[in-house]
Design a protein around this ligand. Structure first.
Ligand code: GDP
Ligand code: IMO
Ligand code: MG
Length: 427
């Protein structure tokens, strides 16, 4: 059972960092396969809190090899500052491997991200402004810069020239911005090359050899299922594939190698940025979820939009990812509500709909159909087993499991490593 995928089942921020860190001590490799420093994964170890953006959360487990796969987009300045931040706190980062095929987020990609959002005005996506979309666009347009290009100055210069040729026209003529100089970009990128070189590897070969040797590899998704470029709420999505298939393309590992796909599922729902969100709350309950759940973005500091649990989304995540398990997080945040509404279906133009509508217009019109589940008031943060939970909390978990279509194999009752109830072992 060597390869597991761990991914977000909603719109991101489900607690992937904590779940990855929890398993990190028992796996040999933790691999990021998509996204970049748009992610914000929080890991709490004892009284220490870490916010990881680009590095896999496994970097905090001394025995595990952290890997940045070919599907990730890498901002070299962020990479180096994240590494030095961890080194200052005594974390050994020397085992990190970075795919030479991963694409680089260049300074002009960041500029284009910000300028495009500004020009979209009211129609903006609400991106993290980290250059993610423009970097993936360059990759698909075949004008991207890869990590390996940092080690051939002439190739790097040619590629930056080709990329800037068109972009400078757009920046100066359409957006009224100053053109960006090729030399300045090349010089900046070359300045990072030597520091990154020790980590650069053929990660596809390393990971496949590890799997042949029966090593345990964990793929850590960034973002979440509903932010997937193909399967999410397009166009209000990120520009990569956080869903399970992304682990294969983003790390170069065949689907036959993956034995388990774990969906991280928050006991309620949050979303950052623009886009439809049927169970969003604009009242005191939404405010309470935000306050009690600490729902503020790790990357951008934006308040997260909050709402009740949506079982339609959870069922969809089970289907498109082939989920074998759920890890339900933040159950403790729901303590204190007398009744907890759960969205079991949508009403769209007067009709009850049980599954996620594939039409964007329908999804925008979806109104949640709620069932109220009885709440609990007892503190559950010390619970170590399912039996320790109050009856109503147990019933809430069982109801979610039934509606969502995969077993809930772990429950988070607090941010710490040990604030977790294990029901079925993942390994
Ligand atoms: P990620 O992007 O999926 O890794 O999630 P984030 O780190 O952005 O957001 C999840 C937040 O919830 C972090 O602050 C975690 O420390 C916290 N967290 C994770 N699991 C639990 C849990 O079971 N209970 C509580 N109260 N907090 C949790
Ligand atoms: P983690 O890994 C929540 C959202 C942004 C925006 C959209 C596109 O911490 O769960 P992008 O910068 O990726 O082009 O922005 O995606 N988004 C996230 N929302 N958690 C994340 O990561 C996110 N990464 C991107 O807010 O709506
Ligand atoms: Mg996050």
């Amino acid at each position: 059972m060597p390869a597991l995928v761990l991914l977000g089942a909603q719109w991101g921020d489900e607690g992937k960092g904590k779940a990855t860190d929890l398993l990190g001590g028992s796996v040999d490799y933790v691999v990021r396969y998509q996204g970049g420093n748009n992610a914000g994964h929080t890991v709490v170890v004892g009284d220490q809190k870490y916010a990881l953006h680009l590095l896999p959360s496994g970097i905090l487990s001394p025995t595990c090899v952290p890997v940045i796969g070919n599907g990730v987009v890498v901002d070299p300045s962020v990479l180096l500052s994240e590494l030095s931040g961890l080194n200052e706190r005594g974390v050994d980062t020397s085992k990190l491997l970075i795919s030479g095929n991963a694409h680089i987020i260049t300074p002009y990609n960041v500029t284009v991200d910000k300028v495009t959002e500004r020009f979209l005005g009211k129609r903006k996506i609400g991106t993290t402004g980290r250059g993610i979309g423009p970097t993936y666009a360059d990759k698909i347009n075949r004008v991207g810069i890869r990590v390996q290009d940092l080690y051939d100055e002439s190739i790097l210069t040619q590629k930056v020239e080709a990329a800037l040729d068109v972009k400078n026209q757009i920046l100066s003529k359409l957006y009224n911005r100053r053109a960006i100089g090729v030399d300045q970009v090349v010089e900046e990128l070359l300045g990072y090359a030597a520091q990154i070189e020790p980590y650069v590897a053929d990660t596809v070969l390393v990971l496949n050899q590890a799997l042949e040797d029966d090593k345990v590899v964990l793929f850590e998704g960034g973002q979440g299922t509903l932010l997937d470029i193909d399967h999410g709420t397009y166009p209000f999505v990120t520009s990569s594939n956080p869903t399970a298939g992304g682990a294969c393309t983003g790390a170069g590992v065949g689907p036959t190698k993956i034995s388990r796909v774990i969906g991280i599922l928050k006991a309620y729902t949050t979303r950052v940025g623009a886009g439809p969100f049927p169970t969003e709350l604009f009242d005191a309950d939404g405010e309470a979820l935000r306050r009690i759940g600490g729902e503020r973005g790790v990357t951008t500091g934006r308040d997260r939009r909050c709402g009740w649990f949506d079982a339609v989304i959870a069922r969809y995540a089970t289907r498109v990812n082939g989920l074998t398990d759920f890890f339900l997080t933040k159950l403790d945040v729901l303590t204190g509500w007398e009744q907890i509404p759960v969205c079991v279906a949508y009403e769209i133009d007067g009709k009850r709909v049980e599954e996620l509508p594939y039409s964007q217009t329908d999804f925008h019109h979806a109104k949640p159909v709620y069932e109220n589940l009885p709440g609990w008031s007892e503190d559950i943060t010390k619970a170590k087993s399912f039996a320790d939970l109050p009856k109503n909390a147990q019933n809430y978990v069982k109801a979610l499991e039934e509606m969502s279509g995969a077993p809930i194999s772990a429950i988070g009752v607090g941010p710490g490593r040990d604030e977790t109830i294990e029901i079925n072992s993942f390994l």
